[in-house]
Design a protein around this ligand. Structure first.
Ligand code: PMP
Length: 435
């Protein structure tokens, strides 16, 4: 029964695994964008298992590829080849493992130690990557974890210290229009701060890498000022380092305009890490880089028992096929643009909707107490809205340093009627919370 499942979870799972919602959900089934609980109630899934179910729950084509593979070959490990591996990449099983390996690659290739990441970044929870991740929620004071890591100022155009107001072309209230290439004073100020960090905190000309999400995911859908990452990448390279794009959330067409998030920033990274969406829920992740950088790992240095196993590979290929055949990148752009428009209409009506931002189907809605000051909405109020949405049949994610950003990253197969439903539910939940 429902109660028994909750009790077992409480007794047998470590307490760090926290279920969402006061009355947690027990999910029994999922089909495309819909999830079904123990009583058969249906929920529109706007979070996709944390941006992971990219093409839909139990997508028939992916299911078929997996079941065909199940009866052929499960596992050999990578001492043998199998026909499903095509590309020259390093396969692993999770985003953390991918970023771990990218850190190792960058350090070995450059011979340098120091790696930069942004405050408010999330890159994983393995011992190496938890040092890159920069949220107080996930900081650990453990020997070794933070060695050689520098967190630089986050160029957040909404909550950052040069947020919104500094940008010539952007009205104060929005970050979405803060995408000007030239003359973005906020972008310039953040870039100058990065140069300062190089002056004071890093060995001249000797850094290993800088990591960046193309849009910060866990951090609350934070978009950087246009041009910033391109300049940052040039600065890192001038100092001997590599630039790593963490595409764990932003890859595979989710941002709509481009297949990879970094393309929206007009630069080419030295290493790209990917996970989540490529497996649609199956453990599959990868690191892609140039042959020169890959070669510096040597043959014996890295091994991963399950990386790129036949089942994960079969799923990955099927997911890529579905994204192409069903034009899900285009759908992300079209439906996502419509979504943003509907949410902006909501923003006009509710003072507490401070900011609506994102690209394609990677959207954030920042809830605030005060639109002028941008003070985060108090947690109990955010939780009330979030839970009411769930009770009305829509599951949103939550993120940002203060947990006040609703995260919308559904399977990319949703359509306009799903958007209308989700926005209507959010409207009702906000209205009820203010009554
Ligand atoms: N990078 C990013 C951008 C992520 O969002 C996450 C997971 N939320 C990770 C890395 C780590 O992925 P995993 O949980 O699969 O280790």
């Amino acid at each position: 029964s429902y109660e028994q499942i909750l009790k077992t979870r409480k007794t047998h799972l470590t307490p760090n695994v926290v279920a969402h919602f006061k009355k947690p959900l027990v999910i029994h089934e999922g089909h495309m964008q819909w999830l079904y609980d123990h009583e058969g109630r249906r929920y529109l899934d706007m979070f996709g298992g944390i941006v992971t179910v990219s093409v839909g729950h139990c997508h028939p084509k992916v299911n078929q590829a997996l079941s065909e593979q199940i009866s052929k070959l499960w596992h050999t490990t990578n001492i043998y080849m199998h026909p499903k591996i095509h590309e020259v990449v390093c396969f692993v099983n999770s985003g953390s493992e991918a970023n771990d390996l990218a850190m190792l690659m960058a350090r070995i290739h450059t011979g340098n130690q120091d790696i930069l990441s942004f405050r408010n970044a999330y890159h994983g929870m393995s011992p190496y990557t938890m040092g890159l991740t920069a949220h107080s929620t996930w900081r650990f004071s453990l020997a070794g974890v933070n060695n050689g890591l520098v967190h630089v100022m986050n160029p957040d155009p909404y909550q950052g210290i040069w947020g919104g107001a500094a940008c010539r072309d952007s009205p104060v209230q929005t970050t979405r229009s803060c995408q000007c290439q030239e003359g973005c004073q906020a972008g310039d100020a953040y870039y100058n701060e990065l140069e300062e960090t190089f002056k004071y905190s890093l060995p001249r000309g000797k850094v290993a890498a800088m990591f960046a999400e193309s849009i910060q995911g866990v951090g609350g859908t934070v978009q950087f000022p246009k041009g910033y990452l391109k300049r940052a990448a040039a600065l890192i390279r001038a100092n001997g380092g590599l630039f790593v794009a963490d595409e764990v959330q932003t890859g595979f067409g989710r941002t709509g305009e481009h297949f990879w998030g970094f393309e929206g920033h007009d630069y080419v990274p030295d290493i790209v890490t990917m996970a989540k969406g490529i497996g649609n829920g199956f453990p599959l992740a990868a690191v892609v880089t140039t042959p020169e950088i890959a070669a510096s790992l040597g043959q014996a240095l890295h091994f991963n028992t399950y990386g790129g196993n036949p089942m994960a590979s079969a799923v990955g290929i099927a997911v890529l096929d579905v994204i192409e055949e069903e034009q899900l990148q285009r759908n992300s752009l079209e439906v996502g643009t419509y979504f943003l428009k509907c949410l902006e209409e909501l923003q006009q009506r509710f003072e507490i909707v401070g900011d609506v931002r994102g690209k394609g189907l990677m959207i954030g809605v920042e809830l605030v107490e005060d639109r002028e000051k941008r003070t985060p909405l108090a947690t109990p109020h955010v939780l009330e809205i979030w839970e009411t949405c769930k009770d009305l049949g829509v599951l949103f994610g939550r993120g940002g340093l203060h947990g006040n950003v609703l995260r919308i990253k559904p399977p990319m197969c949703i359509d306009r009627s799903d958007v209308k439903f989700a926005v209507d539910v959010l409207d009702r939940a906000i209205t009820a919370s203010l009554a």
